[in-house]
Write a protein that binds this ligand. Structure first.
Ligand code: SAT
Ligand code: MN
Length: 586
């Protein structure tokens, strides 16, 4: 009975969308190789995909997006709840009726002459109780090809939808790619997404930010779990034990690099290894033993290309040697993909807009250029990423780009303090969204662009996990991006970040020391293994130091931020903030 009605609901919805958008044809996607081959051939024929050098980059393509459509558009992204307060000051809001009217006006007839693709997909391992399904309708074959890499797409997902009876509805059209006719709208109560006018990444691959974060965060609150903007990695020590860590950083702040980290030489020799579970999104819920268990809802990586090199991320580079879609990168004379920081001795001749490369004009690759690749191609991809029960999380890490004040790492005293540390996160903006780059803003838990409801309620939801019998992860804050007076980064980062992860795991196991400060527990320099790391005195002082006056100002600003949410902000967070203010003043 339930099974029939799920398919009926899907068929009815597809029919009503077709009536509105009037496509020339409708194609149900089964996720098969032959379907993908045909789509790729079609996109190659019409120039949507340019084949790369088959000797160096087999079965790989370059897609050039419209130059005005290269990043997420936060100012055009809306959460449509009946009450504005439920969306909160952290979201742009429209009433559901106005949102639908606006979107349906744009969708009216927009697929004339185009094929409408129906993509059933599953976020998470197909047999996991933590996974959730959706269906995206789109007129973009590029979206279909990307969704096939990023999700479990096709027949198996459709079968699960039939069985389960619910799915998230996502309607997408590239429209005219006109920034003035572009909106990404979410209707959490209806488990519905409508996106128009962009073909790019998080605006168009609706399984990713729209479903797996904005809609899922709403579902997670109702159902008692967490949908987070976090990588998940496994850290295996020389004894062969693996601890899993989930870490939230804003877009383009190194989640992919950390998730695929290769330990420094000495650590490698001793037997340390990092396993990749996911690089962007983490769904977690309490298991029977009271620990939090996490899955990566995605099946692929949509990673930032610039800066990816043999030195910064050998695993990512190995992953993208074949079967990869590149978006907005440059090209060498012999059609190899190229980006700033690739550091492979090649030179670009063509930039991301397809014009002859001229460094005076623009970089060869757009700063937010991307690769889309299956997670299975990553040498460090963990078999546990396919585990239906997920992995138990030992530590949660929050981090942003902070040129000043914030030390390399500190530990929260307890869960409530940890939630405040996440809520107070600040970071300088990056090219992952349109707008100014390098502006410091509060980005709680790296969810500012992605939380589908009022942040005050979100923090309350986080706090609610601290129940009798819960065995919650320890919470840490890191800052890889502290700068010196010369404007250069003080910490080498990349593989050396393992030294910080090692300290965290030792703290989890009760085997490392820390120094108590009002903002949390900091390692003394001697608590971290810094063998072979060359740090100046300035670097040591800033990376491990506690700047009392600076934190006084920071906590005043955090207090103001919490107040922006009015009485809805949980008292527990406000008193935690007050407690720290008092501690700093002492
Ligand atoms: O464009 S995406 O939203 O998918 C990538 C990102 O900003 O994290
Ligand atoms: Mn992201």
């Amino acid at each position: 009975m339930a099974a029939r009605s799920a398919l009926d609901a899907l068929n009815d919805w597809v029919a009503s969308v077709a009536l509105l958008t009037r496509p020339a044809a409708i194609q149900w996607c089964d996720g098969s190789d032959s379907e993908n081959d045909a789509l790729i051939a079609k996109m190659q024929a019409d120039g949507t995909l340019l084949p790369l050098n088959p000797d160096t980059n087999p079965r790989s393509w370059l897609h050039r997006s419209h130059p005005d459509d290269v990043a997420r558009v936060e100012h055009l992204t809306f959460v449509c709840t009946p009450e504005q307060d439920d969306a909160g000051p952290n979201n742009h809001w429209m009433s559901p009726a106005d949102g639908h009217a606006q979107m349906d006006g744009l969708f009216d007839g927009c697929m004339a002459g185009r094929t409408m693709y129906v993509i059933p997909y599953c976020m998470g391992p197909i047999d996991s109780p933590l996974s959730r399904c959706g269906v995206e309708i789109t007129d973009s074959p590029y979206v279909v090809a990307n969704m096939r890499i990023m999700t479990r797409m096709g027949a198996a997902a459709l079968a699960r939808i039939e069985r389960e009876g619910t799915f998230v509805k996502g309607l997408h059209s590239t429209g005219e790619l006109d920034p003035n006719r572009r909106y990404i709208m979410h209707f959490p109560e209806e488990l519905t997404i409508k996106s128009y006018g962009s073909g790019y990444g998080g605006n168009a691959l609706l399984g990713k930010k729209c479903h797996a974060l904005r809609i899922a965060s709403h579902q997670a609150r109702k159902e008692g779990w967490l949908a987070e903007h976090m990588l998940i990695l496994g850290l295996e020590n020389p004894q062969g034990e693996t601890h899993y860590i989930a870490a939230a950083f804003p877009s383009a702040c190194g989640k992919t690099n950390l998730a695929m980290l290769i330990p420094p030489e000495g650590y490698r020799r001793d037997g340390w290894k990092v396993w990749t579970i996911g690089d962007d999104i983490c769904w977690m819920r309490p298991g029977a033993d009271g620990r939090l268990y996490a899955i990566n809802p995605e099946a692929g990586f949509f990673g930032v290309a610039p800066g990816t090199s043999e030195k910064s991320n050998p695993n990512a580079l190995a992953s993208i040697q074949s079967d990869t879609i590149f978006t907005n990168v440059g090209l060498t004379a012999d059609n190899q993909p190229w980006w700033e920081g690739i550091d492979n001795g090649q030179q670009p001749t063509t930039d991301w807009r397809g014009e002859p490369y001229d460094p005076a004009k623009r970089p060869a690759a757009h700063p937010n250029s991307r690769f889309t690749v299956s997670a299975k191609q990553c040498p460090s991809y963990s078999p546990m990423a396919e585990d239906a029960q997920g992995v138990p999380i030992s530590a949660i890490v929050f981090g942003g780009r902070r040129a000043s004040l914030v030390p390399l790492v500190f530990e929260a005293r307890d869960w409530t303090h940890g939630v405040l540390v996440g809520a107070a996160m600040g970071s300088e903006t990056t090219a992952a969204a349109t707008g100014a780059v390098g502006v410091m803003r509060r980005d709680p838990m790296a969810m500012k662009p992605f939380c589908g409801y009022n942040f005050a309620d979100y923090f309350a939801h986080w706090l609610s996990f601290d129940t009798e019998g819960a065995k919650l992860p320890k919470i840490f804050h890191v800052n890889w991006f502290r700068k010196g007076d010369d404007g250069k980064f003080l910490w080498p980062g990349f593989g050396d970040n393992l030294r910080v992860l090692e300290w965290m795991i030792k703290r989890v196991e009760g085997r490392a020391d820390a120094v108590e400060t009002p903002i949390g527990q900091l390692p003394a320099e001697s608590d971290l293994n810094l063998d072979g790391v060359d740090l100046s005195d300035e670097a040591r002082a800033r990376l491990f130091g506690y700047d009392r006056a600076g934190w006084q100002a920071e906590f005043a600003s955090i207090g103001d931020y919490l107040d922006e949410y009015g009485p809805r902000m949980p008292e527990a967070l406000k008193s935690e903030q007050q407690r720290i203010v008092t501690g700093i003043a002492k």
